[in-house]
Design a protein around this ligand. Structure first.
Ligand code: GRF
Length: 203
């Protein structure tokens, strides 16, 4: 089985990127992080990538006439790097169909809530403020709708009686950093089979 070439897209802090890079240093991820892409030149994610000797690329959407042109440029970049899997890790822009269709079933995302509840940019905070007792983390394939593709992994996180948002956030991130590398590994080892809305994990 050929090792997969992975591109991680990140706009900000990059702790999930870090978790995947750390995992790859210890276990057989089944692929290499060949590229880290960001829309923000000053993102910590790019710095983390450079510190790990991972190739980086940055494009600013304001330099393009529209989002489709921007995503076309990204697509050319991904093709030139022969990328097999796109991992969204805190990438704050919506992907246009140009990317989603070309990389159909080969883009994954992590969301800090139990989908289909609390979709959107503030899933973790929205769940906390709603007062749910259980929320969690979802890793899913990306399709044309927001936070709606087939679910790969999910793990619940309890909201404890005296939790502040920060307490809860720490536990959400800890789960993210544990399950996202595993999901990438499952993809790279071709252990994921999409059957309609369901993702079967081959053992
Ligand atoms: C994570 O909470 C992830 O679930 C969401 O964006 C956040 C990114 O965090 N999609 P980081 O940049 O990986 O630290």
């Amino acid at each position: 089985m050929l090792r997969k070439r992975i591109a991680v897209f990140a706009s900000g802090f990059g702790s999930n990127l870090q978790a995947i890079m750390d995992f790859a240093g210890k276990e057989d991820l089944g692929g290499e992080i060949s590229l880290v892409f960001s829309n923000k030149g000053n993102s910590l994610a790019l710095k983390r990538a450079r510190e790990n000797q991972v190739k980086t690329a940055c494009l600013d959407p304001s330099g393009f006439t529209n989002r489709v042109e921007f995503d076309r440029a990204i697509l050319e970049l991904l093709k030139s790097e022969k990328i097999d899997l796109v991992v969204l890790a805190g990438y704050m822009l919506l992907l246009s169909p140009v990317l989603v269709e070309y990389y159909s079933n080969r883009i994954i995302n992590i969301h800090p809530a139990l989908l289909p509840s609390f979709k959107g940019t503030h899933g973790m905070k929205d769940a906390f403020n709603y007062g749910v007792k259980v929320s969690g983390v979802t890793v899913h394939f990306v399709d044309s709708e927001l936070d709606s593709g087939p679910i790969i992994l999910q793990e619940a996180v309890n909201i404890k009686e005296n939790d502040s948002l920060e307490d809860f956030e720490k536990r959400i991130h800890a789960v993210e950093h544990r399950i996202y590398p595993r999901a990438v590994q499952l993809f790279c080892h071709e252990k994921l089979r999409i059957e309609g809305r369901k993702v079967r994990i081959l053992v």
